[in-house]
Design a protein around this ligand. Structure first.
Ligand SMILES: Cc1cc2nc3c(=O)[nH]c(=O)nc-3n(C[C@H](O)[C@H](O)[C@H](O)COP(=O)(O)OP(=O)(O)OC[C@H]3O[C@@H](n4cnc5c(N)ncnc54)[C@H](O)[C@@H]3O)c2cc1C
Length: 303
């Protein structure tokens, strides 16, 4: 533990901190403490809005040296509000938006505050993509560290199957790279183990040729036919080609009418004829919504 007070330590760090250090009375604190789930109402002692790796190291060291709890905010999408906490330091990466795609090496490296919408937009400039979340505003970091299901799952696996390496700031304030070659045990842990092994300041993925046009979208049946729709989903998905990923869900109609529906959501990302592959799904029953068809791979889906 440090023998200087937390306020003296903050005074020392502030001039060199590239991002923002926000305390409850500072302008911007109320906005910065919000996460996706509006029911989460926590008040960190300090929000360290980091701009670079050095800021993250300073924030982590400050917390450790003063025995203060930390929560890391990537995209802030976790429903339980794990990105924030009462009384501790929120290490907020949402200003860290760097993305670099290397189309020759088929890799992309993105910083810990990037969302899937931002990542897809950049990788699609090169006609490339990795498995990410189905909703564009979800953070790449929290989703990947938890495993990561997405539209390209059938063909390219989970987000962690696409992860090549991650740069992390450990609880000791050390900057390490975890990959199959460096810190392999740590690399194993972060692929599904969640956010407790360090702050992931950047993540490097394999990118695959996808799009720019894919075939997919939503098709929905009346709630009264949900049993048939889910049985059809079970039977059909037993033998799908890897190019086609289909999810099923009981949803409310997207028009805000609150009508309950049984929906199938599909994405065909292969080179074969996507329309033909989707035909059995389009031909089933009497859908009340059929929005299955050609679309751009990079389409924003927001909840
Ligand atoms: C609308 C919605 C749609 C979703 N869709 C999908 C989906 O399609 N596929 C899927 O697999 N999951 C999905 N999820 C779940 C989502 O993957 C998790 O909630 C994930 O944790 C969100 O990541 P985030 O960075 O936005 O979250 P945050 O709330 O910022 O963080 C979540 C957890 O990860 C930790 N964390 C975040 N960033 C870092 C970092 N850089 N370093 C270390 N730890 C970090 C946090 O400390 C926290 O414990 C969805 C959730 C919502 C609310």
């Amino acid at each position: 533990m440090s023998n200087i007070s937390i306020s003296d330590a903050l005074t020392q760090i502030t001039p060199r901190f590239s991002g923002q250090l926000l305390q409850p009375t500072d302008a911007g604190y109320e906005d910065a403490r919000r996460v996706h789930n509006g029911l989460i109402d926590k008040r960190p002692f300090l929000i360290a809005r980091c701009q670079n790796v050095a800021d993250v190291v300073d924030a982590v060291n400050l917390a450790r040296e003063h025995g203060i709890e930390v929560a890391v905010r990537g995209g802030g999408h976790n429903v339980a509000g794990r990105a924030t906490l009462d009384g501790g330091i929120m290490v907020d990466l949402s200003l860290m938006k760097g993305i670099h795609v290397d189309p020759r090496a088929h890799t992309a490296r993105a910083q810990g505050g990037v969302t899937w919408g931002e990542y897809n937009r950049e990788t699609q400039v090169h006609g490339l993509a990795s498995t990410g979340g189905v909703i564009s505003t979800t953070g790449i970091a929290g989703l990947t560290l938890g495993g990561g299901l997405g539209w390209l799952l059938g063909k390219h696996g989970l987000a962690i199957d696409n992860l090549r390496s991650a740069q992390l700031v450990t609880a000791e304030g050390q900057v390490v790279t975890a990959s199959n070659d460096e810190e392999p045990a740590l690399f194993w842990a972060i692929r599904g183990g969640g956010g407790n092994f360090g702050v992931a300041t950047s993540l490097e993925y394999t990118v695959h040729p996808v799009g720019p046009m894919i075939s997919g979208g939503l098709i929905a049946h009346p709630f009264a036919r949900a049993r048939d729709a889910l049985r059809f989903f079970r039977d059909t998905t037993m033998s799908l080609p890897d190019d086609l990923t289909v999810f099923a869900g009981l949803i409310h109609a997207p028009d805000g009418s609150n009508v309950k529906l049984a929906a199938l959501l599909a994405c065909h990302c292969g080179t074969a004829d996507g329309e033909a592959t989707l035909k059995p799904i389009k031909s089933f029953g009497s859908p009340v919504i059929d929005a299955l068809g050609p679309m751009k791979q990079h389409i924003q889906t927001v909840i």
